[in-house]
Design a protein. Structure first.
Length: 341
């Protein structure tokens, strides 16, 4: 099934054709004018250089005028092998379709609302026959039945015509077109760009990305440069300053040789403040007692780190390399990467 873009907006046309999968563009000069385009001919010529196939209106009050308009458009420099002339279905339109297709040009007979109209277009050699599904459904008609009948007629009688599913309003219309076996569909960018979206796919992609990160990234890939430390002779006030400067909720206590002695957290700070008030800030770090801190190797995979955070319900892990302190890992670093809830 060929996929066309239905648009008059140059910006979204450029975005859509970056996909590299579209067969062409259906556009309407009258709608271009509503979007502020003043030189319609120049716009048509520019569009013809941007897309593989351009389907553009050739309008007139009778077959002669329609035919002359198509020839005028070709005279602007359009490639006859890459241009399809859109003609509303009518007796004069059918006459013009026959003349143009006999001349080797491609025609899309559109605004089709009945099987009889489609039949007249097919016997006139229309390259495309285009029922307007959305508009038909707006009026309460069974548009999908009409499209199915048109496809069956092409198959039954062997007409060299493609049924184009148009007036697409939502993604369900695209599914309808696929199921009905239409040859071509023309879709607005607002619908087209969301065809790959699905909540389950988004969830699965997120889970895949998370799992990949957990099993390939190591602590060294995410650890910050900051490595806040205090010694036994520093005060709790000193610890608060260093925690704040580093953007961590903890600071590592080390001895004069840089060996790890413990960890002081913002939770410890709150508990001390509750007990002794603001006098806490002048306390020496040596006056406190410390539990054995949890450490993780700098080369540890992140899935190991997540397990440590969850099992121990802590917010910070001290990072070491061959027993030497090299930094600290905060649980919020992994939360921001969507690796832990």
């Amino acid at each position: 099934m060929e996929l066309y873009l239905d648009s008059v907006d140059f910006k979204e046309i450029e975005q859509a054709f970056e996909l590299g999968t579209l067969a062409g563009l259906t556009t309407t000069p009258t709608f271009m004018h509503r979007h502020g385009v003043t030189d319609i001919d120049a716009a048509i010529v520019q569009l013809a250089t941007m897309v593989p196939v351009l389907q553009v209106e050739a309008l007139g009050d009778n077959a002669d005028e329609i035919y002359r308009e198509a020839q005028r458009l070709l005279g602007l420099g359009l490639d006859p092998k890459k241009t399809v002339f859109k003609i509303p279905v009518a007796i004069e339109g059918i006459k013009a379709c026959k003349r143009l297709t006999d001349a080797g040009l491609m025609v899309n007979v559109h605004l089709v609302y009945t099987l009889q109209q489609a039949y007249m277009a097919m016997i006139a050699g229309a390259t495309y026959v285009c029922p307007l599904v959305g508009r038909l459904q707006d009026q309460g008609y069974d548009a999908l039945a009409l499209v199915e009948q048109c496809v069956d007629m092409v198959d039954k009688y062997g007409y060299d015509t493609k049924i184009m599913f148009s007036s697409v309003r939502h993604a369900e219309h695209v599914r309808n077109a696929i199921n009905l076996g239409v040859h071509t569909i023309t879709v607005p960018w607002s619908v087209l760009k969301n065809l790959t979206e699905n909540n389950l796919t988004a969830l699965g992609t997120q889970q895949f990305v998370e799992h990949t990160r957990l099993t390939t990234l190591r602590v060294r890939d995410v650890i910050k440069d900051a490595n806040p430390t205090v010694t036994a002779q520093d005060t709790i006030g000193d610890a608060v300053v260093r925690m704040s400067e580093a953007g961590f909720g903890a600071v590592t206590l080390v001895d004069e040789a840089g060996r790890i002695q413990g960890i002081f957290t913002d939770g410890d700070l709150r508990r001390e403040l509750k007990q002794t008030g603001t006098a806490t800030l002048t306390k020496k770090m040596s006056e406190l007692t410390y539990k054995t801190p949890l450490v993780v190797e700098r080369d540890a995979l992140l899935y190991e780190v997540v397990a440590l955070f969850k099992q121990n319900r802590v917010d910070n892990l001290i990072v070491v390399e061959d027993g030497r302190l090299v930094g600290m890992l905060d649980v919020q670093d992994l939360v921001k990467m969507n690796l832990i809830g």
